[in-house]
Design a protein around this ligand. Structure first.
Ligand SMILES: CC(C)c1onc(-c2c(Cl)cccc2Cl)c1COc1ccc(-c2ccc3[nH]c(C(=O)O)cc3c2)cc1
Length: 232
C-alpha cells in the first residue's frame, strides 16, 4: 500500500547504505585523532587531513548513489562541489553522535575547538551536532539523508536541475516511508529530518566565512580541498 517500501525502493536503500558503510575514513587517519599533540597548528593540519580523507570518502559514496553517474558529468562535479561541506557536516555530526566512543568525541571536539576556528562558528556547529544526535537516526536514514543532500537540484552551475530533482524525489519518498516505519510514534520525524537540511545550508554559509578567515591567517589546504572549495 502507499506506505509500504516496495522492492525497487528496498534495492535503492540497500545500495546507498552499503556504499555509506563501505566508504569510511581509514582507521589510521581516524586514529590520528587520538594522538596527543594539541597545538592549534597541528590540530588544523590534522583536521585538514581528516577533511581531505572525508572528501575522498564522499566522492566514492556519491558515485554509488544509483543514477548519479548517469547525470551530466559537469553536473556531477557541480553537485559534489555544492554539497561537500554540508555532507561533511552531516557525516561528522553523525560520527560525533553515533559512532565514536565518548572519549574520541571529546578529543575531536577539543581539536576542533583548538584549531583556530573563530568562536562565533563554534556555537552553531556544535548546536547542529547536538540536534543531529538528538534525532537518533538509524543508519539507513543517515545514508539516505546524505544522498538527498548531495542530490540538491539548486546548487550553483547545475545545468539540468530536473534530472537531479527526479533522483532526489525518489530518495525523499524512501526516506519518508522509512521515517514512518522507524519512528511510528513521532508523526513529524520526517519533517524534522528535512529541517536539518535547512540548518546545513546555514552552516555552509558559516563555513565559507571560516575558510576566508583561515586564509587571512595564511592557513594552507590540500589540493583536493582547494579544488572542491574553490580556494587558492
Ligand atoms: C580543512 C579543515 C580544517 C576543515 O575545514 N572545515 C572543516 C569542517 C568542520 Cl571543522 C566541521 C564540519 C565540516 C567541516 Cl568540512 C574541517 C574539518 O573537517 C572534518 C573534520 C573531521 C571529520 C571526521 C572526523 C572523524 C570521522 N570518522 C569518520 C568515520 O566515518 O568513522 C568520519 C569522520 C570525519 C570530517 C571533516
Amino acid at each position: 500500500e502507499k506506505l509500504e517500501i516496495n522492492r525497487e525502493q528496498r534495492a535503492l536503500m540497500k545500495a546507498i547504505v552499503d556504499a555509506y558503510n563501505r566508504h569510511q575514513i581509514p582507521e589510521d587517519v581516524a586514529k590520528k585523532l587520538l594522538q596527543d599533540q594539541y597545538s592549534p597548528e597541528e590540530n588544523f593540519l590534522l583536521l585538514t587531513e581528516m577533511a581531505t580523507s572525508q572528501v575522498q570518502v564522499l566522492v566514492e559514496f556519491t558515485k554509488n548513489i544509483p543514477g548519479f553517474l548517469s547525470l551530466d558529468r559537469e553536473d556531477q562535479i557541480a553537485l559534489l562541489k555544492g554539497s561537500a561541506v554540508e555532507a561533511m557536516f552531516l557525516r561528522s555530526a553523525q560520527v560525533f553522535s553515533r559512532k565514536m566512543p565518548t572519549e574520541h568525541t571529546d578529543v575531536l571536539e577539543e581539536r576542533v575547538r583548538k584549531s583556530g576556528i573563530p568562536d562565533e562558528f563554534m556555537t552553531p556547529m556544535f548546536n547542529f551536532y547536538k540536534s543531529i544526535g538528538e534525532l537518533h537516526m538509524v543508519q539507513e536514514e543517515q545514508a539516505i539523508l546524505t544522498a538527498i543532500t548531495i542530490l540538491t537540484p539548486d546548487r550553483p552551475y547545475v545545468k539540468d536541475p530536473q534530472a537531479v530533482e527526479r533522483l532526489q524525489e525518489t530518495m525523499l519518498d524512501v526516506l519518508r516511508k522509512l521515517c514512518v516505519l522507524q519512528h511510528p510514534q513521532e508523526q513529524q520525524y520526517f519533517a524534522r529530518l528535512l529541517g536539518r537540511l535547512t540548518e546545513l545550508r546555514t552552516l555552509s554559509h558559516y563555513h565559507s566565512e571560516m575558510l576566508a578567515s583561515w586564509r587571512m591567517n595564511d592557513h594552507k589546504f590540500t589540493p583536493l580541498l582547494c579544488e572542491i572549495w574553490d580556494v587558492q
